[in-house]
Design a binder for this molecule. Structure first.
Ligand code: TXA
Ligand code: MG
Length: 321
């Protein structure tokens, strides 16, 4: 079906559409999501179709209040309440054993479902008006860069969905952190907006960091968050002379490597602030991906706090020289 996609702030319109099994793109603090009724198989099937997402890659369910946990999940460990109390509403997702009434298609048949309570005002208002939770993966085609503005969503999903709820630019700019509980341990499935240090402080113990792709994290693809252009990661100053100067763009952390205007160049945070870098990362990737160059040169950011999550996105966007 082809839609004349509209952008607006009409929450009532979003409610009407969602009740009719339609999809609405929604703002969150992290990235824009592509939302549908999490308990409605028809809506969920549409999400997979619009995103071109393989059916083995499950969706995150977004809830309005903590009461929903008991409605959707079972065998909830105390630690889950502990982290929920500390980080919800906010950019933390937990995977928990799901109850029988949860559609298999939502969770790709896994015994656990991913769940989070988001903090964006407009999205919370929307969730509060609905009597069902919302499944919402990032609102980008599978493997491409996540959207951090309503315009990004329109550029990619225009014509495929009826409505984009516009909540401005996303405050954090990278996705939520995902944790999984198993046999008394807490496993980090995805680095994200909440850093390991903060989680460990609340848990009072170290997180388990899986060494390689594990079965419980079906979405941990090697290629992800990727632009169409070739991304090469390394020492930018050393890389620049190896390429045709008319054919490269640069995304750096803090330093400007060539004078302004000589080639497409994005500096993530001139002051060296990792939070600012996270907020600008996906926008910068899109900007250079749309420039007329074939290669993007990138460098890692300092590897602590949210920097780890940024580096994980950079690693998946490119290849190391
Ligand atoms: O910040 C976010 O989390 C954004 C906003 C829109 O909420 N959402 C998001 O969703 O990033 P998505 O679908 O792009 O990424 C969710 C990841 C996928 O890698 C998926 O495989 C994993 O979560 N996931 C979902 N359900 C899971 C489950 N039951 N067990 C393990 N991993 C799961
Ligand atoms: Mg995604």
């Amino acid at each position: 079906m082809e839609y004349a996609t509209e952008i607006g702030r009409d929450v009532g319109r979003a409610v009407d559409l969602l009740k009719k099994s339609e999809l609405v793109a929604v703002p969150t603090q992290t990235v824009y999501g592509l939302a549908g009724n999490a308990l409605d198989e028809e809506a969920i099937a549409k999400i997979f179709q619009v995103k071109n997402r393989p059916s083995f890659d499950p969706l995150i369910t977004h809830i309005a209040s903590i009461d929903w946990l008991e409605t959707l999940c079972k065998d909830i460990p105390d630690e889950a309440y502990q982290v929920a109390q500390a980080f919800w509403p906010g950019p933390l997702t937990m995977t928990l054993p799901r109850k029988n009434h949860i559609p298999d298609i939502l969770c790709s048949g896994l015994p656990a479902m991913a769940i989070r309570m988001p903090s964006h005002n407009l999205f919370r208002e929307l969730l509060g008006l609905l009597c069902f939770p919302l499944a919402a993966p990032s609102a980008n085609p599978f493997t491409y860069i996540s959207p951090t503005s309503s315009q990004h969503v329109l550029d990619q999903l225009g014509g495929k969905i009826p409505y984009i709820l516009d909540g401005g630019a996303c405050e954090i700019g990278i996705e939520s952190t995902i944790i999984h509980f198993e046999k008394g341990e807490v496993i980090l499935l995805r680095e994200g907006a909440i850093d390991q240090e903060s989680l460990q402080k609340v848990l009072g113990k170290p997180l388990i960091i899986p060494k390689k792709n594990i079965k419980i994290a079906p979405g941990a693809h090697k290629k992800h968050y990727a632009p169409n252009k070739k991304v090469i990661i390394g020492d930018i100053a050393q890389l620049i002379p190896k390429f045709d100067q008319d054919d490269i763009g640069i995304i750096s952390f803090q330093k400007q490597y060539v004078p302004d205007g000589r080639l497409p160049q994005e500096v993530l945070s001139p002051s060296g602030d990792l939070k600012e870098a996270a907020k600008n990362l996906f926008k910068a990737l899109r900007t250079i991906d749309n420039a007329s160059v074939s290669t993007i040169l990138m460098e890692y950011v300092p590897n602590y706090g949210i920097g780890r999550a940024i580096n994980e996105r950079i690693r998946k966007a490119g290849e190391i020289e």
